[in-house]
Design a protein around this ligand. Structure first.
Ligand code: CTP
Length: 393
């Protein structure tokens, strides 16, 4: 994972170095931002040497004038850890203030945020700090409460930063809980296929690939290793470490790829819209218009039904999820597909009203056990997460 570590002023800054080492030892990539105050406790060179990245400590640095470094760091990171977090950064974050590199990058990042406060007991118990901590918790930010013990001031009290090992464990636990599909391999197909008529023309369909890609991303965010096979799409492909991409053109190619990958994968989600027919006689040369002929007849033949053939070969423990794109008799037609294709679930999709290319979708889940569950209209990514949690967890 890509982790941005934000260091603010406090004697506990030295413990942040051990925390960074733990992140690295566990295979995470780390980049650092630090406040000017934190430099009284730890040097930026140590941190740059440790991470092999320059440290972000100045909004107006001359070093990389062409780059907007704080936004770059904000966009790069998947997790943001503020360690140690002083009362100042806690106040800024709670109130949306941004007046230096650290607070600005934190305001700009959409990474999951983690705060490890460390300060004097009287500061920690100050009403304003308590209010700010409450606000941050309400904003969904994760806070590791300080422990009680000997403070740097020489007396006991709450405000001490827990040891780096404990901080690391707390941080890792958060992701473990959020990764219920860890250890699972999910195969997702997305987009439409193309069946060539001649070298320049093809039969295609309206699928944008958005639903399949949203499912692949949702599965990856829940911890799965994802194989994403995509055909014709009109949206961006995900660039994530645990999503492997495979491109195909025709239904036949899609079948071959699915057959190969479903040998090792546990779950198959057929969100693609494979063409059901292809031309029987592909023309090696471009078909020319003839002056005296007004019609062109193409003979089509059926392509393989991938979902059906996977349903027949399914091994114990494998789960198959198909879609049913219908313009009429939604549930009845979807039920027929559930049975004929031996799927565990069919997601019935009414495609009569502008689903293609849209960012939203409204579906009904049908299960092999006979349950029928309609879901409200929602954003395709939200729907993808909902479907995976409903069907797989
Ligand atoms: N599907 C498939 N292979 C095909 C066609 C469809 O695996 N050659 C899959 C789709 O990915 C989807 C499910 O089968 O998960 C249903 O697709 P849909 O287009 O709704 O139905 P079809 O089976 O093609 O039947 P019809 O077109 O008659 O509705």
């Amino acid at each position: 994972m890509k982790v941005a570590v934000y260091i603010t002023g406090g004697i506990a800054a030295y413990k942040a170095v051990y925390f960074i080492r733990l992140l690295q030892k566990n295979g995470h990539q780390v980049r650092i931002a630090m406040t000017q105050n934190s430099k009284n406790f730890i040097g930026s060179q140590t941190l740059a040497a440790l991470t092999k990245y320059s440290v972000l400590d100045d909004l107006w640095s001359k070093e990389n004038e062409s780059k907007i470094s704080h936004i770059e760091l904000a966009d790069w990171a998947q997790a943001a850890v503020v360690i140690p977090a002083d009362a100042n950064i806690i106040g800024k974050m709670a109130n949306g203030l941004a007046d230096d590199a650290v607070s600005t990058a934190l305001l700009a990042t959409s990474a999951s945020k983690f705060i490890v406060p460390a300060m004097n007991v009287h500061m920690w118990e100050n009403e304003a700090v308590k209010r700010n901590i409450k606000t941050l918790k309400e904003d969904g930010i994760n806070i590791l409460e300080p422990t009680s013990g000997q403070l740097a001031e020489g007396y006991n009290g709450k405000g001490r930063m827990p040891e780096p090992e404990q901080v690391y464990q707390w941080w890792e636990n958060y992701f473990e809980k959020k990764l219920p599909l860890k250890g699972k391999r999910v195969l997702v197909t997305a987009g439409g296929t193309r069946e060539q008529i001649d070298p320049v023309r093809f039969i295609g369909n309206n699928s944008s690939g958005k639903m399949g890609i949203a499912l692949a991303q949702a599965a990856s965010q829940l911890g799965a290793e994802v194989d994403l096979i995509y055909g014709q799409i009109s949206t961006r492909l995900p660039q994530e470490e645990n999503i492997k991409l495979y491109s195909i053109k025709s239904t036949e190619e899609l079948l071959k790829k699915v057959q190969a990958l479903f040998k090792r994968d546990n779950i198959l989600i057929m969100a693609a819209a494979p063409a059901d027919f292809r031309v029987k006689n592909y023309s090696e040369q471009k078909i020319k218009k003839k002056v005296d002929v007004d019609n062109l007849r193409l003979e089509l033949e059926k392509t393989p039904d991938i979902l059906k053939s996977m349903g027949e070969q399914k091994k114990q423990g494998q789960i198959i999820i198909g879609f049913a794109a219908e313009t009429n008799n939604l549930i009845e037609n979807a039920q027929k597909k559930l049975l004929s294709k031996n799927a565990d679930y069919i997601i019935a999709n009414d495609v009569s009203q502008g689903v293609f290319g849209s960012n939203q979708n409204k579906v009904t889940i049908l299960s092999k056990k006979g349950e029928i569950k309609p879901l409200p209209k929602m954003d395709k990514f939200q729907l993808a997460k909902k479907l995976l949690t409903e069907l797989l967890l």
